[in-house]
Design a protein around this ligand. Structure first.
Ligand SMILES: Nc1nc2c(c(=O)[nH]1)N[C@H]1C(S)=C(S)[C@@H](COP(=O)(O)O)O[C@H]1N2
Ligand SMILES: [Mo]
Length: 197
């Protein structure tokens, strides 16, 4: 690699991160297997319209593809990951969040795992509700059938195996956040632990 390429690569790496070519698999416990046939994504809370979507319905709504760098708080980063799925703009147009909706909580199939993000972190160029990774349905290990991908935040905010999305007036701490990880989770500010918040 010449010096220019190395600089370019460094400018894409947040502080304290290193690059990996692999795709590590991380979660709090065992990997659940979500039944694709009976799968339903519930969307509720501070919205005009509570909704439930089957996987077939979600597939119909796909409107977005991103190529993004992801950053895990354990210090690995992976460049140019390719995800496709549904823009949050599209989801918001369907459920119509109320003005009171300030945060969004993702509830997951691995025994009550949750994480939350401020609503404005979702209406961005590169966040989406992902259904595919590198052109294939997301596999069990990486959170299929459905997971939000929010590349702007450490990867623990990109909840795997999502089954419910709840719009909230006030924030709640998620699983890793209760365990001492930052609730803000901005890799560029190196907000790794709760004492950075
Ligand atoms: N449901 C659920 N989602 C989760 C986690 C988890 O424990 N449960 N761990 C998070 C963490 S710490 C990371 S780094 C990423 C890892 O995603 P990957 O296994 O696809 O690399 O998932 C995040 N999403
Ligand atoms: Mo992580």
């Amino acid at each position: 690699m010449n010096e220019n390429d190395a600089n370019k690569e460094n400018s894409r790496l947040p502080p304290g991160q290193h690059l990996t070519e692999r795709f590590p698999v991380l979660q709090k416990g065992r990997i659940p297997s979500v039944d694709r046939e009976s799968y339903l994504l519930e969307v509720e809370g501070e919205v005009e319209k509570t909704m439930k979507f089957s996987l077939a319905e979600l597939n119909q709504l796909q409107d977005k593809q991103i190529i993004a760098d992801i950053h895990c708080v354990t210090s690995w980063s992976k460049f140019d990951t390719n995800w496709s799925g549904i823009s949050f703009k599209k989801l918001f147009n369907l459920v119509k969040p109320k003005d009171s909706a300030k945060f969004v909580e993702f509830l997951c199939a691995d025994d009550g795992f949750t994480t939350t993000v401020p609503i404005e972190r979702l209406n961005t160029d590169n966040a989406l509700l992902a259904l595919s990774y590198e052109g294939e349905p997301i596999n069990d290990k990486h959170g299929g059938p459905v997971r939000p991908i929010i590349p702007e935040l450490y990867f623990y905010k990109s909840a795997k195996w999502v089954i419910k999305i709840t719009f909230l007036k006030e924030d709640r701490l998620g699983y890793w956040e209760r365990g001492g990880y930052s609730n803000k989770a901005d890799p560029w500010k190196e907000q790794r632990y709760s004492y950075h918040d």
